[in-house]
Design a protein around this ligand. Structure first.
Ligand code: BEZ
Ligand code: FE
Length: 287
């Protein structure tokens, strides 16, 4: 009879799995068990605390639907999503940030210069820049898939019952021969992550707010390059220093510069902007 106690248990649990020697799965599983057991010993976890944690996970599962992913939200508010994004950013490439729950993979194709806001209210901004590789070469034909909230902090996809089109304020734009992209839209406002579930309870228990700094979302893809999922934030705006999901990186903050009413641009634009936001993206090679 082998002796199992709180110190030998961890190895016994790891050995109970017959996983392939040297595999990534074995490594992930065993390291997870090590850290979880170490944590449990370190904090001297009580039965009540252990049950409270399991109830919390149960509640996260209960409220989750394909549209309401409470476990992803949990990962976001405890910085796990941000950490995975940071670890997986390639040297020299634009830093990654949250995908969030509002991405649609079938956004409409938009021409360069289009107004993604299609005349909506708000501060009209020209968003423009160049997509380059890590050597500084422009990437013609790169596709920017973008989506955002409106000037009241709402994604049209959240307002479908009120007649909004879920494809509004989003689109796929392709960079021109010089790697340039340009379009107009409205400046988005901050909004809260959902806080009517267990993750909201966690935020309240920790005296935390649920606000995200205003941002534009992007997935950028180009042939032979590693795609990036990221967000662009705005200098000196609310919550940029305390975003609820830790999405803001210094390198992802752009300036919003007012433009004159009669300003001329190098680009044909569907709407005269009130301000401009310039941001260049960098993609690393695949592999
Ligand atoms: C978003 O950026 O859309 C988002 C990110 C994390 C949680 C909720 C929303
Ligand atoms: Fe968002």
């Amino acid at each position: 009879m082998r002796e199992i106690n709180q110190f030998t248990l961890t190895d016994a649990v790891k050995q109970s799995f017959d996983t392939e020697e040297g595999s990534r799965f074995k490594f992930l599983l065993e390291t997870f068990i090590d850290h979880l057991h170490d944590y449990t010993r370190e904090v001297n976890l009580t039965h009540d605390e252990w049950m409270a944690m399991l109830d919390f996970l149960y509640d996260c599962g209960k409220i989750s639907t394909p549209e309401r992913q409470e476990f992803i939200l949990l990962s976001d508010v405890i910085g796990l999503s941000a950490l995975v994004d940071m670890i997986n950013t390639r040297g020299g490439a634009t830093e990654g940030s949250n995908l969030g729950p509002f991405y649609l993979d079938d956004a409409p194709v938009k021409e360069l210069g289009a107004d993604l806001a299609e005349g909506r209210d708000g501060v009209s901004i020209l968003v423009h820049g160049i997509v380059r590789d890590t050597l500084g070469n422009p990437l013609p034909g790169a596709v920017l898939d973008t989506w955002q909230a409106d000037s009241s902090g709402t994604y049209p996809i959240q307002e479908q019952e009120r007649g909004q089109d879920k494809y509004d304020l989003r689109g796929k734009l392709t960079t021109d021969a010089q790697g340039r992209y340009y379009y107009t839209t409205v400046l988005p406002k901050p909004y809260t992550v959902p806080y009517d579930g267990p993750v909201g309870d966690l935020l309240r228990a920790g005296n935390r707010h649920a606000w995200r700094a205003a941002h534009l979302h992007y997935i950028i893809r180009a042939k032979g390059m590693r795609s990036i999922t990221t967000e662009v934030f705005f200098e000196n705006t609310e919550y940029v220093d305390n975003d609820a999901v830790f999405g803001v990186r210094k390198s992802l903050i752009a300036k919003v510069k007012p433009v004159r009413k009669d300003a001329q641009f190098d680009y044909p634009l569907a709407r005269q902007p009130d301000a401009e936001v310039h941001y260049d993206f960098v993609l690393a090679p695949e592999g």
